[in-house]
Design a binder for this molecule. Sequence first.
Ligand SMILES: *Cc1c(COP(=O)(O)O)cnc(C)c1O
Length: 400
Amino acid sequence: MGSAEPRRLAALGGKPAFDAPLYVARSLAPDSERFGASIQQILASRWFTNNGMYAQELERRLEQRLGVGFCLLFCNATVALQVALRALDLSGEVITTPFTFPATVHAVQWNGLRPVFCDIDPETYTLDPVHAAKLITPDTSALLPVHVFGNPCHVSEIEKLALDRQLRVIYDAAHCFDVQTLDRPIGAWGDLSVLSFHATKLFHTAEGGAIVGSDPALRERIARLRNFGIVDEETVDGVGLNGKISEIHAAIGLALIDRIDGEIEARGALTERYRRGLSEVTGVVFQKLAPATRQNHGYFSIEIDEQSFGLSRNEVHDALRAENVITRKYFYPLCSENPSYRVLPSAQPSRLPAAHRLAERILCLPLFGELPTEDVDCIVERIARIQSEAGAVRRALRQA
Ligand SMILES: *Cc1c(COP(=O)(O)O)cnc(C)c1O
């Protein structure tokens, strides 16, 4: 801010730091010439969907890139999760986390399975394997953990638990494009992993998703379930659905896939800068990252510790909104608070203390490759100032 008088906080009547709203994510856009050429080709071919050449090509590219035995593309990750659970022929209970996007738990319920909520590790935000072990009953058939913000779960402990107790493991890897941990690609852990290619994710196809895994028999089953259960022209076997991706969506992915390395690198540098700047701010806590991991920097989250910061997460969110910095309380409220799930015994808040604490503290900040470094510096400066003027900010917010 130089020698000039530091700019007054917007919450205290100053001018907002940004002229227009700055959101947490900004989707990568394909180069219009390259994408345009693909569209021309699709229009000329009249082949819009049903395992066309763009979908097949993207599947091949993703299999290579992600280091997995197979990758089957879907119209979105929610349907992919439903199919992954169905393909494993599960029954009874599935242990999952409340600290996730609603789709994770919905996929369990849509399959007629019972979600059982497990608390999270308060530092890594992922499923707590020790709590999970205590929740296993004779009715438990699978674990459905989530790699939160791309940070891998306690994969070794989960693998051991699944082996000991004969459970299937499906990872919600929606945030986890291209992550590697403990010398394995993320998709090589568990029976199946599900990725999301929604426009807000790191790599995207506007709407889309994938199931990745290694077992060829499972691949066949999933491919069939994705296409109504159709085996051949005269045979339909199994309760399938329509989970196919269109050629136009696959073409978006093919136009973006070569840019992901650059995007990850740019986000990594911005994440570094956020971390360095915010480590000086009292009351800001960072997610603990898994060891021996190549992260993808899909998200940047902080926790606000109200006691030491002097303001609650909600107050910091509102003070930043006044600056036109639109942060997200991601994942708040917890899935276990949805009226459809709140009635489950495992959803009782007293059984999920770490998840509840985190849901009150978490805040995701803007992060995308095109975000200027100066904007990150400005957000860091505003957060530091909001903290140092916490008392005045609280009074102003209460009056507003
Ligand atoms: C985005 C997301 C999903 C759903 O993905 P869609 O492709 O939008 O259906 C599922 N789980 C998590 C953790 C997500 O962030």
